[in-house]
Design a protein around this ligand. Structure first.
Ligand code: FE
Ligand code: FE
Ligand code: ZN
Length: 277
């Protein structure tokens, strides 16, 4: 079984989130590490963590994906904003070492007028400030739609960040299908071409997870509006190609489509059916 799941919440704890993943037919899930607005994270409850770890040991789960709040900006111009992002990410990583078995995904940020090069430098500096040689959690740069001054809309930008990170073995990339299409990569029309380009620029060995989202907008739109699978410009064939692709079959795949739990359950079922499970 492939590691397929959807975005869920840890507001009722990790164990409840794990059970919810099972209910929707998931073998992984994604959750925000804290309120997406970036407030203080709830204290970890050792009993909840133990129950979550027991649940994982009893079921066929892949790595879970912890998503950083999308409001932090790891390449902010203002020192206080940059420091807030650094502190938030450092605290998230400290907590994830306790939870175990998670990948940590974040948005590289927006350079807001500083220029792409300055943005890339700052993101790498933020990472160099928080990564530790002893950590087990792999940190993922998410491919972005290239909306506004977002960094990470081009594979080259992610490559440049990775090149500047000292503990590069702690780093990977999460490919968001809506974002790469919006970024100008025709993943619906030419999946192999996009993966070849990814391999050439970043290296396919860096690809550690996927976000499966259809897009409300055509390729190159730079909008970042997710759509339900098959109801946007990517279409179901795109996702069939992804779940059937040999280079992608072992990677965790998480839905971030505009759905409630029944919608997610149905999309996970469809993905498994298309994967031939
Ligand atoms: Fe994201
Ligand atoms: Fe995403
Ligand atoms: Zn998005």
């Amino acid at each position: 079984m492939q590691y397929i799941g959807c975005h869920l919440t840890i507001s009722k704890g990790f164990h409840a989130m794990g059970n919810q993943a099972l209910e929707v037919g998931g073998t992984t899930a994604q959750f925000f590490t804290r309120n997406p607005r970036g407030g203080k994270a709830k204290d970890l409850d050792p009993e909840d963590i133990a129950a979550f770890q027991a649940l994982r040991a009893a079921h066929h789960f892949g790595p879970f994906i912890a998503h950083a709040p999308y409001t932090i900006n790891p390449c902010a111009a203002k020192p206080e904003t940059l420091e807030f992002a650094r502190m938030t990410m450092e605290d998230d990583l400290r907590r994830l070492e306790i939870v175990g078995g998670c990948l940590y995904n974040f948005h590289p940020g927006s350079h807001v007028g500083q220029g792409i090069e300055a943005g890339i430098e700052k993101i790498a500096e933020t990472l160099n400030n928080i990564l530790k040689p002893e950590q087990n959690t792999i940190v993922l740069l998410e491919t972005m739609a290239g909306k506004g001054s977002e960094v990470g809309g081009r594979f080259e930008e992610l490559r440049e960040i990775l090149d500047r990170v000292v503990l590069r073995e702690k780093m990977g990339v999460c490919l968001d299908t809506c974002h790469v299409s919006d970024g100008g990569y025709d993943i619906a029309g030419d999946l192999d071409g996009v993966l070849t380009e990814f391999d050439k620029v970043i290296g396919l060995d860096r690809l550690r997870a996927l976000h499966l989202n259809d897009s409300m907008n055509p390729v190159g739109a730079h909008k970042d509006r997710h759509q339900k699978l098959g109801q946007g410009y990517l279409g179901l064939d795109c996702f069939r190609n992804i779940v059937r692709h040999p280079a992608l079959k072992d990677l965790p795949k998480v839905l971030e489509t505009p759905n409630e739990l029944p919608g997610y359950t149905e999309e996970i079922r469809i993905l498994r059916e298309m994967a031939g499970e």
